[in-house]
Write a protein that binds this ligand. Structure first.
Ligand code: HEM
Length: 181
């Protein structure tokens, strides 16, 4: 019965992945239209959307390992474990994946349009952003492992992993705002 209700809800609202893809297409389409219509004047608008995407991406990057800390302590098959699986999957597919794609597309456009691609600070920022994206990929694989009750990492491990995105963010923001070289 609960399963029927759940599947009829999904049928009515569309799957989270589909809705995320639709939202992503609308955002990219709107931004591309603004870029075409405004030319160089689009730069601050694109930067504003880039920062919004970063806020959404970082919110997930800071919260997902925290959910893993609770999940690693929850017995497999428990109600808490099953609830956390849903929270983790939705956070990843609805918020983090689309936000990362938008941040990358707009960030690369900003680098090209602003002529930053030859700047030293941009190279340094890119290295840290690549590291952040690798952590994203690793967290994404962990969502799948938790979904199959196959996590083999301790809560201590997830507590330490929880700090990595924050540390990378400190470096990235200093490079892009201070532009030390
Ligand atoms: C995903 C790849 C990314 C690329 C290619 C990229 C590239 C850029 C570029 C070229 C700018 C314009 C800089 C300027 O106009 O001064 C910018 C702005 C900015 N980026 Fe990124 N970025 C990326 C990810 C990130 C991440 C992960 C963060 C933070 C954690 C971030 C934070 C910012 C901020 C705060 C600004 C505004 C800086 C300002 O107005 O002075 N970016 N980004």
């Amino acid at each position: 019965m609960a399963k029927n209700t759940d599947s009829s809800t999904v049928a009515r609202q569309g799957s989270p992945g589909l809705r995320a893809a639709a939202a992503l297409s609308v955002t990219v389409g709107l931004t591309a239209s603004v870029m075409l219509a405004l030319g160089q004047a689009a730069y601050p608008w694109v930067k504003a959307v880039h920062v919004m995407a970063i806020i959404a991406w970082m919110a997930g990057m800071l919260y997902l390992p925290r959910l893993f800390v609770y999940h690693a302590e929850a017995p497999a098959g428990s109600e808490l474990s099953e609830t956390l699986k849903v929270m983790e999957r939705r956070l990843l597919t609805i918020i983090m994946n689309p936000a990362m794609v938008i941040a990358w597309v707009l960030g690369l456009w900003l680098a090209w349009a602003g002529g930053w691609h030859t700047a030293g600070w941009f190279a340094a920022k890119l290295v840290l952003v690549l590291a952040l994206s690798a952590v994203h990929g690793m967290l994404s694989a962990s969502v799948r492992r938790f979904a199959e009750d196959r996590n083999d990492k301790s809560t201590r491990y997830w507590r330490i992993m929880n700090e990595v995105p924050a540390l990378l963010m400190v470096g990235i923001v200093i490079f892009v705002i201070v532009k030390p070289f």
